[in-house]
Write a protein that binds this ligand. Structure first.
Ligand code: S3P
Length: 426
């Protein structure tokens, strides 16, 4: 797709699609609950559709109507053996969270995904689940999908996770629902807590202290209605675009600003910018607000430590922002970027370098010397949705034309991304 420099301001109001992490969890936890869960604001992107199709294949009646999903849950022990292999598509969240649920089932399952997902590390879930007594293995023994699970009794464990990963934490907590005693997970830094909040809303016994979360086994999960706020990881592209394109002013309504997800807002403050928040609301423990973004000049900063899990998916577009900011931005402790849908350290560095930015990769992040004018280039996305959207934002203030390869991969998390961008350009 060819994108051109946008010489007029971005103006207007937008509701970005529902939060991807919460959408996945609503289907999973709704399926394991007793009764009917109604979810509004659901993200009907390819990743969440993979989760729906896996649960339908295990006998759950799920109706999708626009952004409303009705899930007829059958309780913790109500899933049925699927017909054939479960396909998680491109979705790491589907595969890792589902692994925890499948570890507690009385039937064997084979689960797989697309070429990208089959290269992503699954030992991070195989190891703690095996410690719990689960029968789970990588079919080819390389620690990647396809994965095979089979019935086994699960024990509660205390797991000290080497990575701050909500997918790992959620996997272990979901398996903990089926264990014979309490299960706790301690992380090096707090990752997104949507699983904990939703499980509590459905009646599970959960407690959190510092970076440790503990779940009690065999709760009665009771269906509840869920209002899903806009995804801050999708809002991030318009936040960055509004900050970069001269004279822009954008209102993003009802964006999720859960404190385990709002790291980008903190980075913008560290870069000298302000984003106005209005109409704060809380539903199901999840905070949301309207965000008003005005173009501002920003300066570089250092992004590291416990801030990283709070903005991990936003780092590609934060790097774009840093390339347009004055001074140096250092991103550290972000080695997890290498094992996302693509190696996002390598791809971000080659994208911004080809557009004329001064940027270098480091072992665990990157260093961006911002403020150089950017120009259009041909951008390889490796079909990574977040790379395509970051390239689109970078192109808005870059001279000439930018050619985004495999641009349609945005359908993973934001099918109408280009249409929404056009609305703000009109
Ligand atoms: C997610 C957690 C994060 C994030 C991913 C969604 C989730 O991954 O990058 O897009 O929904 O739990 P990790 O848990 O591996 O960091």
């Amino acid at each position: 797709m060819i994108m051109k420099k946008h010489s007029r301001p971005l103006k207007g109001q937008l509701q970005v699609p529902g939060d991807k992490s919460i959408s996945h969890r609503s289907v999973m936890i709704g399926s394991l609950a007793n009764g009917t869960t109604r979810t509004s604001g659901f993200l009907a992107g390819a990743d969440c559709l993979s989760t729906i199709s896996c649960f339908r294949n295990m006998g759950i009646d799920i109706a999708l109507d626009g952004t409303t999903v009705t899930i007829h849950g059958k309780g913790l022990h109500g899933l049925q053996a699927p017909d054939g292999t479960l396909d998680c598509g491109n979705s790491g969240t589907t595969m890792r969270l589902l692994s925890g649920i499948l570890a507690g089932q009385q039937f064997p399952v084979r689960l797989t995904g697309d070429a990208s997902l089959q290269t992503r590390p699954m030992r991070r879930v195989i190891d703690p689940l095996s410690t719990m007594g689960a029968d789970i293995r990588s079919e080819s023994g390389n620690g990647c999908a396809p994965l095979l699970t089979a019935p086994a009794g699960l024990h509660g464990i205390r797991y000290a996770s080497p990575v701050a990963s909500a997918q790992v934490k959620s996997c272990v907590l979901l398996a903990g629902l089926y264990a014979d005693g309490e299960t706790s997970v301690t992380e090096p830094a707090i990752s997104r807590n949507h699983t904990e909040l939703m499980l509590q809303g459905f009646g599970a016994q959960l407690s959190a202290s510092g970076t440790t979360v503990t779940v009690q086994p065999e709760p009665e999960l009771t269906a509840a209605d869920i209002l899903i706020p806009g995804d801050i990881s999708s809002a991030a592209y318009f936040i960055a675009a509004g900050l970069i394109v001269p004279d822009s002013e954008i209102l993003l309504t009802n964006v999720g600003i859960n404190p385990t997800r709002d790291g980008m807002l903190e980075v913008i403050r560290m870069m000298g910018g302000t984003i106005q928040t209005e109409n704060r609301q809380i539903s199901g423990g999840e905070t949301s607000a309207d965000l008003i973004i005005r173009q501002q000049s920003l300066h570089g900063c250092t992004i590291a430590g416990g801030l990283i899990p709070r903005l991990i998916d936003e780092l590609p577009v934060i790097a774009v922002l840093a390339a347009y900011a004055d001074g140096t931005t250092v991103i550290r402790d972000a080695q997890e970027l290498k094992v996302k849908e693509s190696n996002r350290i390598d791809l971000v560095v080659s994208m911004l370098r080809s557009m004329g930015a001064e940027i270098e990769a480091t072992e665990d992040g990157m260093i961006i010397r911002g403020g150089k004018p950017l120009h259009g280039a041909s951008i390889e996305t490796n079909k990574d949705h977040r790379m395509a959207m970051s390239a689109a934002v970078a192109s808005l203030a870059a001279d000439g034309e930018t050619d985004i390869k495999d641009a349609e991969c945005v359908s993973i998390s934001y099918p109408q991304f280009y249409e929404d961008l056009k609305k703000l350009q009109a």
